[in-house]
Design a protein. Structure first.
Length: 156
């Protein structure tokens, strides 16, 4: 029984650590907001959430620049669209955030990629965006960070 618990614990650590290979450091550049609709705090929030995610989910050391692994990019879309439209109007709205990511692995160029990631969260049409925006951004940023982490270190 003890062996089984140790084995399960070891698997969990391995999954959280991702596969950074021989990389020891990561640098994540500031993500500029190049979308047509600019939310003033989004660039800072996304960049910090992405950095925090990699720090908590891997053993990589975050460095300001020149990491073994490098992530840079920009926010390319930030929009709100109605969804669930019926004869009475929209039942909910959808906030969508899209980021373009360039990942460079200085130790293994075959793992480099440039990919667009997009995630969304819905909110009731009766709610004002400004009242739910901070929480929606936090939720979407976590999803985007997970997607980027998976592509960079788990190769999904």
């Amino acid at each position: 029984m003890l062996c089984m618990l140790l084995l399960l614990g070891a698997c969990r650590i391995s999954l959280n650590a991702g596969d950074a290979g021989n990389a020891k450091t990561i640098s994540i550049a500031f993500f500029q907001n190049n979308s047509s609709l600019v939310q003033p705090t989004l660039s800072q929030a996304f960049t910090e959430d992405l950095r925090n995610f990699f720090q908590t989910q891997s053993r990589l050391t975050l460095v300001p620049q020149g990491g073994d692994l490098r992530i840079e990019g920009s926010i390319t879309d930030y929009r709100v669209n109605p969804v669930g439209v019926s004869t009475g109007g929209a039942q909910s709205n959808r906030l969508t955030i899209t980021v373009m990511v360039q990942f460079t692995n200085t130790l293994d160029a075959e793992k480099d990629f440039e990919t667009s990631f997009s995630r969304f969260a819905d909110f009731p049409s009766s709610s004002n965006l400004t009242s739910v925006e901070t929480e929606l951004i936090r939720e979407i940023n976590q999803q985007l960070s997970q997607d980027i982490f998976n592509k960079a270190l788990i190769n999904w």
